[in-house]
Design a protein around this ligand. Structure first.
Ligand code: AMP
Ligand code: MG
Length: 431
């Protein structure tokens, strides 16, 4: 059973805000964007719907056949002689898109294809496999045993059986999946009102970083975080500006953030939000706007910062690559979906209770996510297993993993066989 409930953040380390509280506050303080657009249906996949889609028509619009066969009047089957079978002439043909216009004549049948409108007067369809047609298809013979099984309405799809005119088919705030867009198409809609993509500026900070494609200086590392951030933002339909790499320099950061804030809804950064000498992001945001939240009771990702420059939201993710992904997926993504008007169901995290395949002792006070996989043990039971290292610098753990094990703030350990919450990556909104 998936559990979408928001778990409590009780037992958090003093001075650190539990994730649920931080996210609730952020959703209260950051308004839903009023920027919406009317978009062509083919471009709507993955977008946040910003109107209720109400069924304008019944689907199907008329009674039609669910099978290839023969439409008939039930009353005519009473003509069956005491023994043997009934032979009925075929009055015509009804195909999908080519209805049999007239009322079905008494004592006759109409050959009918799947999806064709039921001719007036007919109240059942017998499938073609259950009758014998003459060589010239002018009549059919129905055996007694078949006739005895026919019921009123057999193989007829009723008008409005799928969708009833006037019902809310898709509620505002729904994140549109292929079937959602398809059902709108079934209503004849060529356009939908959806959230305009948020304009998100992304950059990495750090003097040790080199851009992929360039030379790696001794002791340097390639910037990987920017690509994780860009991917997560694109996965939820944001319009990303890649602002590259920035040095740990107050004036450089200040100029870049100030300019980006002018023409973006969100600035997303990695690194420089901790308490080291080179951690300049906080003072820079403070100089241009305000810091609204800092430090969450989460592991990894603790130093996460939320601020504002004018109307632009600033999210400073920590530098460690796993922290970037975890805080990005569990905080930044739900918050940005909220800004685009997503319903709570469409930004919730899906958790599955699974037995643990491991033992663990840990310090309480922060909610923790272990990179994890499901594994079938010797007894054929599925268990959740963590990666061998819990370091937040090991990005390859995210590549190995297929999900996360979530440990509540007050959980001091895990014994093999105990239940833990497992979050498949596929249950996160940016995958
Ligand atoms: P910071 O939060 O800036 O102190 O960074 C924490 C750790 O993450 C340091 O070891 C950094 O080298 C590493 N790091 C920071 N930014 C990136 C990045 N863009 N890509 C890969 N690693 C990074
Ligand atoms: Mg740094």
């Amino acid at each position: 059973m998936a559990d979408n409930s928001v778990t409590s953040g009780s037992g958090s380390q003093p001075g650190l805000t539990p994730l649920d509280v931080a996210l609730r506050l952020a959703c209260e303080q950051v308004p839903v964007s009023d920027l919406i657009e009317t978009r062509e249906l083919t471009e709507c996949h993955g977008a946040i719907l910003r109107e209720d889609v109400i069924a304008a028509i019944n689907v199907p619009s008329v009674d039609n056949s669910a099978m290839d066969g023969y439409a008939l009047r039930m009353a005519d089957l009473a003509l069956l002689p005491q023994t043997g079978a009934l032979t009925l002439p075929v009055a015509g043909v009804a195909l999908a898109g080519h209805p049999f216009i007239d009322e079905i004549p008494t004592g006759r049948v109409v050959r009918i294809a799947t999806g064709a409108a039921i001719p007036h007067g007919a109240d059942a369809v017998i499938i073609q496999e259950n009758v014998a047609a003459s060589a010239d298809e002018s009549e059919i013979r129905i055996e007694r045993a078949v006739i005895e099984r026919v019921r009123q309405g057999d193989n007829i799809r009723r008008a409005g059986e799928d969708v009833k005119q006037g019902t809310v088919l898709l509620p505002a705030g729904k994140r549109l999946r292929p079937q959602d867009v398809a059902v709108a198409a079934g209503q004849g809609r060529a356009h939908l009102v959806v959230a305009r993509p948020l304009r998100v500026a992304v950059f990495s900070t750090g003097d040790e970083l080199a851009a992929p494609g360039g030379e790696l200086p001794p002791g340097g590392i390639y910037d990987s975080n920017r690509f994780a951030m860009i991917g997560m933002m694109r996965a939820i339909g944001c319009d990303v500006t890649d602002l590259g790499l920035l040095r740990d320099d107050f004036a450089v950061l200040q100029a870049a953030l100030s300019e980006a804030a002018d023409n973006h809804d969100v600035i997303l950064t990695s690194g420089g939000v901790s308490v080291g000498k080179a951690d300049l992001l906080k003072p820079v945001v403070d100089s241009l706007g305000s810091i609204e939240a800092w430090k969450l009771a989460i592991k990894p990702g603790k130093p996460l910062m939320r601020g504002r420059i004018g109307d632009c939201l600033v999210l400073g993710l920590p530098g460690n690559p796993v922290s970037v992904m975890v805080s990005g997926l569990l905080y930044a993504v739900p918050l940005l979906l909220h800004m685009m008007g997503a319903r709570i169901e469409d930004r919730a995290i899906v958790r599955f209770p699974m037995p643990a395949g491991f033992n663990l002792k840990r310090r309480t006070g922060r909610r923790e996510w272990l990179r994890a996989r499901l594994h079938r043990n010797g007894n054929g039971q599925m268990v959740a297993l963590p990666f061998h290292s819990s370091s937040s610098g090991v990005l390859s753990s995210m590549v190995w993993a297929e999900g996360l094990i979530e440990l509540a703030e007050d959980r001091a350990g895990v014994q093999q066989g105990e239940i833990v919450d497992y979050i498949p990556f596929a249950g996160l909104q940016a995958f």
